[in-house]
Design a protein around this ligand. Sequence first.
Ligand code: PLP
Length: 399
Amino acid sequence: MVESIAPDAQSVGQLPRPIPFFTQAASFEKVWPLVAEHVNDVADRGKYSHGRKVGEFEKAIAAYTGARFAIGVNSGTDALVLLLRAAGLRPGDEVVVPAFSFFATASSVSLARGVPVFADIDPVSYSLDPASAAAAVTDRTRAVMPVHLFHQMADMAALRRLATERDLILVEDSAEAIGMRWDGTHAGLLGAGGVLSFFPTKTLGALGDAGMILTDDPEVAELAGVLRHHGRLGRTIDHIAGISNLSGVSGTNSKMDDLQAAVLMAKLTRLDEEIARRAELAAAYTERLAGVPGVLRTPRVVPRTAATNPVWYVYVVEVERRDELVAHLTARGVGTETYYPSPLHLQPCFADLGHRPGQFPNAEAACARTLALPLYPDLGTDEVDRVVEEIRSFYGGPR
Ligand SMILES: Cc1ncc(COP(=O)(O)O)c(C=O)c1O
């Protein structure tokens, strides 16, 4: 357990114990014996990449999410690229994506040889605005890719309607959304497929990079499975040097490491408990931040039900003078992150698409005002109190 701040440290004028933006040290401590068991299992079998532990983990994630197929790869980014290709994206096809997201949402489209076409976000869910997405559809649009950001899903009812009406492939960037459900269906399974990222900071985080494709479509699953492994059919790797491509498609090397699968098998046993703790912490922040001057918006905490299951991957607020607040919190030992400082349509690598500032005001406002506060299962409620106190002290409100 993370210790609380010693009161005498404050009274003698020292800086209190730092609160990192993210750590999973304590979380790992709790599952370490189980991690060791799975790791030994991998070592005993002698297959370290794309082996049986990956297969076990794929089955476990399929069971957890309800996906017919779960295909392990080496990152969420690769999962997106391979999913787009497997779902039928052809070179030059346009894919509508939100202007506010992690970089890989757009770069995966380029890497799959498509063209990202940006649309604005809804200012509350921070996810693709269905009306703006509809306005971005052209004769060349082949797919629409909403992103489920932070703790909420995009408006999947409206986006599914749009995909059906305009005959588009619906692919979900559900990299942040493990455990989230829309009307009972897990994120990533509302269209052709979705992805998960197991990057260490994610709700289910590995000890390095790993990702997964989720789909109910056997054809998408088969092609994605082939693409992750140089285009090779089958999963056994006996003689890597003698590999031959039997499928007729050119793939890549995006196999998942069995050591990451071992870590993730162990951590999966605590996922639901950790999701519940994240929700408690989010509720504590929202309650304590109410009325704090300078805080423009806190997320609404809605109850989790079987059908709708918000999962607090990160806790994001909107604040005035965000960058000054970040400097203040950093000086006081409180870690924060800015998801995401610059909108995708204004990133230099997409300059040739000809976008200009002001085109997607909600995305641009979110980039300027949002700030993620520390949130992880082992954060203490007393630490939430301290983060809120530091924010209050910055804006000068009553204590
Ligand atoms: C929305 C979103 N898309 C894609 C990714 C890419 O995942 P990874 O970092 O595993 O490549 C991430 C995570 O970083 C993400 O948050």
